[in-house]
Design a protein around this ligand. Structure first.
Ligand code: KG4
Ligand code: ZN
Length: 377
């Protein structure tokens, strides 16, 4: 096994973790939510400043919680992208400094790969024998739904990824946050949309489900955001935006965002040739009603990213998988991160990826390590 000290400063959370293979020994996150709340989004220069203040205490705490001495750390891992350039810079600079100070190898990690693999993390505090899902049954489909990304990624081998689709504009979490801000829910609004939606009726307002006419696995949330904004403006003008209406709007918004994800997910499962990215035709889907759904090559779905914490989204995916099993006879397992902290931005997921890279000898050169704000998977 390889013990990794991992750092993530890609956006607005300063995080450091220690991992041992897939086991998380510590995972410390210093949130900046309070700083960015008044702007309703992340303010890059303030994020950089807060990262600079928090980075050393966060790393020290991660080492302390893991109860490890630097001599036992095999490598230092750091997120190089995607993310905000000034924020990424803080983590990279610190990782380089530590690598020189303690004479450690350095591993560059893609933040998206971290979210994709986060459901594989194992909880240190539970006995290993009791861990439910230690076996990985590939191929899997990684579904990364966060404030910055919404992507479907086919994983045939760990470290080899094929993107099947992604949002063409806003991310799902971004849409929840922006509409939530119009409803004065606070920042980030995603968790509050979930809370409010529980008291509301999703059928109360019909918001558009985009991309159903597009024969591909991409998503789009910006039209939905505009439709929701217009609806809220109208309700405000008519003085109808009372508490119950806000609950109903939250439920309807969630339904539209998650409805689109489920719609595309279903088509991914029913694709006649997923590796070629073939989108299933309508007449082909009609046959499936007769219980003849094709068996997909996907064995597991890994749900990661901040929005993966949402219970309603998890339930909807489980329902889809149950229905798919009835139609095809194939059982697909849904894996989610073992804690909410592992869903949103954190360094433990970076450590997991680094552990795999360590075993493949994929190290970065110190003088070449640099920010990659637009890195893709
Ligand atoms: O993964 P993350 O921390 O940051 C990015 O890499 O983007 O995701 C943050 C996003 C925010 O949009 C936040 O509103 C959303 O995840 N989020 C949720 C929930 N918890 C966090 N969205 C819906 N339901 C939740 N329970
Ligand atoms: Zn993220």
């Amino acid at each position: 096994m390889s013990k990794i000290l991992a750092i993530d400063t890609s956006c607005d959370d300063t995080s450091a973790a220690v991992t041992d293979g897939l086991v998380v020994l510590s995972n410390i996150v210093a949130s900046q939510n309070q700083i960015h709340e008044k702007f309703g989004g992340v303010f890059p220069t303030l994020a950089k400043q807060a990262h600079q203040e928090n980075i050393e205490p966060t790393i020290n705490l991660a080492m302390q919680v893991a109860q490890l001495d630097w001599s036992l750390i095999n490598a230092i891992a750091v997120t190089v992208g995607p993310g905000l350039a000034p924020a990424l810079e803080v983590g990279i600079t610190q990782a380089k400094k530590l690598a020189i100070q303690y004479n450690k190898k350095i591993i560059a990690v893609n933040h998206l790969e971290g979210h994709a693999l986060s459901p594989l993390a194992l909880n240190h505090s539970r006995k290993r024998g009791k861990q439910a899902d230690t076996k990985v049954n590939l191929p899997s489909l990684a579904v990364v739904i966060s404030g910055g990304h919404s992507e479907f990624i086919l994983v045939q081998q760990l470290g080899q990824y094929q993107k099947l689709g992604q949002t063409i504009d806003d991310a799902a979490g971004e849409c929840l946050d922006k509409v939530g801000r119009l409803l004065n829910l606070g920042y980030p609004a995603g968790p509050l949309v979930e809370k409010f939606a529980k008291k509301g009726q999703a059928s109360k307002f019909s918001l558009p489900k985009a991309m159903t006419m597009q024969d591909n696995f991409n998503l789009s949330f910006s039209g939905l955001k505009t439709a929701a904004r217009n609806l809220i403006t109208d309700l405000e003008k008519q003085n109808k935006l009372d508490q119950q209406t806000t609950y109903d709007l939250a439920a309807s918004l969630q339904e539209a965002v998650f409805g689109q994800i489920i719609y595309k997910l279903k088509r991914i499962l029913l694709s006649p040739n997923l590796v070629a990215g073939t989108y299933p035709k309508r007449d082909f889907l009609d046959q499936i009603k007769n219980g003849q759904a094709p068996k997909t090559l996907i064995n597991e779905i890994w749900l990661g990213g901040g929005v993966a914490a949402n219970i309603n989204l998890r339930r909807k995916i489980r329902q889809l998988l149950e229905k798919y099993q009835e139609q095809s006879g194939k059982k697909i397992q849904l894996k989610v991160p073992y804690s909410k902290k592992l869903c949103s931005d954190n360094a433990a997921m970076i450590g997991l990826v680094a552990g795999l890279k360590y075993s493949r000898n994929e190290f970065a050169k110190l003088d070449e390590l640099d920010r990659k704000p637009n890195l893709t998977i």
